[in-house]
Design a protein around this ligand. Structure first.
Ligand code: T46
Length: 319
């Protein structure tokens, strides 16, 4: 079907742009300046103001209002009664010019009854839980929930069940592949006796590179997320010496979450792996061994740029 469907009980003001195959259902009201793409579903009782852009294949469920300054990119889902806002300090008869821009990036979903504060960006393919109150930008592919919303996971980052402390002990000393390119889990040698425990790794023979730097991350409030970047050339080895934290490692195609909770276990990350560290316990101490001195230019901080660089890297390898 390529025709636009406007239910006879909907109001679409003259001048509004509605793409082909889009369906506007009963009691929806769309103002003149709104631009809506193709193959969208605008369900009952949706209200869309003038300075609103909606991409293609977007679903907006019943009872949602899109105020001036809201942009929904392609393939976004907005659940019933989700609430957008465009003024942090609203007063009757006071109008902002311009309104803060709220952007929901391609493929993201907003759960029923969630509230999005003004001027935020909800990242590509992110997932906002039902009833969450989003007060900060949401990174690409992050799953957020709660009030205020916190990151509780990453879309597609399947947790490796065998990486709990107990299971590592069961696996025994050795190097284990993950599903993510080049990322390996090292279960190091451990010596236990009446005086306590000692764990050891020897560079070159049992660790994958010779470190030229170390740094330690600790005192991280559990709601905080660190990393969110890749390195162009740096090799790293991460060991959680106390407490626990979770790593998300991502090679652009596959993503895994690894829980680090033992000083006997380290994770090796080669260059060009997107990394996130989060879910820190209050007592977590994360030691990182790095192959090179600190270089701010070695960081790739945008996931889109990371994917482009990976594609270039791959085509250079195959040509
Ligand atoms: C990584 C994850 C696991 C330095 O001056 N020297 C250093 O060696 C490092 C690592 C950081 N810094 C400065 C740079 C920033 O101003 O410390 C500040 C915080 O660093 P950043 O925001 O990069 O911290 P994280 O936790 O996001 O990332 C760090 C490492 O930078 C990164 O390489 O893979 O830990």
């Amino acid at each position: 079907m390529t025709e636009t469907f406007i239910h006879p009980q909907a109001i679409v003001e003259k001048g509004a742009t509605i793409g082909p195959s889009t369906r506007v259902w009963a009691f929806a009201h769309i103002l003149a300046g709104a631009v809506i793409g193709r193959d969208c579903d605008i369900c009952d009782h949706v209200f869309i103001e003038n300075q609103v852009k909606v991409g293609d294949r977007v679903t907006i469920k019943c009872g949602v209002q899109l105020w001036d300054g809201v942009t929904l990119e392609d393939d976004v889902f907005v659940g019933p009664n989700a609430t957008f806002t465009n003024d942090r300090f609203p007063r009757s008869k006071h109008y902002l010019d311009p309104y803060p821009q709220t952007v929901v990036r391609q493929g993201a979903s907003i759960g029923a009854n969630a509230t999005i504060l003004p001027g935020l960006t909800i990242g590509r393919e992110a997932m906002v839980g039902a009833g969450a109150v989003v007060t900060r930008d949401v990174p690409d592919r992050a799953i957020v929930a709660g009030v205020p919303a916190r990151i509780v996971g990453y879309v597609g980052a399947h947790r490796r069940p065998q990486v709990s402390l107990a299971d590592y002990a069961a696996l025994g000393e050795g190097v284990y592949d993950t599903g993510v390119r080049g990322v390996k889990v090292y279960r190091q040698k451990e010596i236990r006796d009446l005086r306590g425990c000692l764990s050891v790794g020897e560079f070159a023979s049992s660790l994958p590179f010779l470190p030229r730097r170390y740094y330690v991350i600790y005192g991280v409030p559990s709601r905080e997320v660190r990393g969110e970047h890749a390195h162009k050339t740096l090799h790293q080895f991460l060991v959680c010496l106390a407490g626990q934290c979770a790593l998300v490692v991502d090679d652009g195609e596959r993503r895994e979450e690894i829980v680090l909770c033992s000083p006997t276990v380290g994770v090796y990350t080669p260059p060009m792996i997107w990394g996130v560290q989060y879910k820190f316990s209050p007592d977590a101490v994360l030691l990182v061994l790095a192959s090179d001195p600190y270089d701010a230019d070695d960081y790739i901080r945008e996931y889109d740029e990371f994917l482009v660089m990976l594609a270039t890297h791959r085509s250079a390898l195959t040509s």
